[in-house]
Design a protein around this ligand. Sequence first.
Ligand SMILES: [Zn+2]
Ligand SMILES: [Zn+2]
Length: 172
Amino acid sequence: MTRRPSVPPPAHTPRRPNLGAGEVFAKFLDSRGLRFTRQRRAVLERALSFETHFSAEDLAHGAYQDGKPVGLVTVYRTLALAVQCGILEERDFRRGRKYFDKVHGRGHHEHLICLSCAGVQELWDDRIHRLLQEIASRIGFEPESYDLRVFGTCKDCAARAALDARGRRRVR
Ligand SMILES: [Zn+2]
Ligand SMILES: [Zn+2]
């Protein structure tokens, strides 16, 4: 018996510049009886403009620096709504604060987190998705979502550590 995959394959569409995120958000707010206020629009636009993961504080700080301050409470609430409607996903990189990741138009990906420099690399590989699906299906588990984080040492930090070790040997 073949099982119908319960998780749709990740949408690895080429990176279009946030096509439709605003419309998706507007529809979502409407369905909740919430208004797409100027402040909410400002937060969403700023969230979509980040090239990488960002925190609510990063967003509020950027808005403040541009002379268009938005209250932190509005930032938190708007980001939470964007997560609920699937435009953003929350990430925990063990940095003591929550980070946000733009997933709308980018699809699912994993994260490699360096414990030395706290750098985060994104990993895109459909094989992970297929393997998890196969394993889950074999044990009769229907996955809805998953979040894979790999903690370790990045290439640069590993090279620096090797260099340091060599330097120490020479001094002795
Ligand atoms: Zn990411
Ligand atoms: Zn590193």
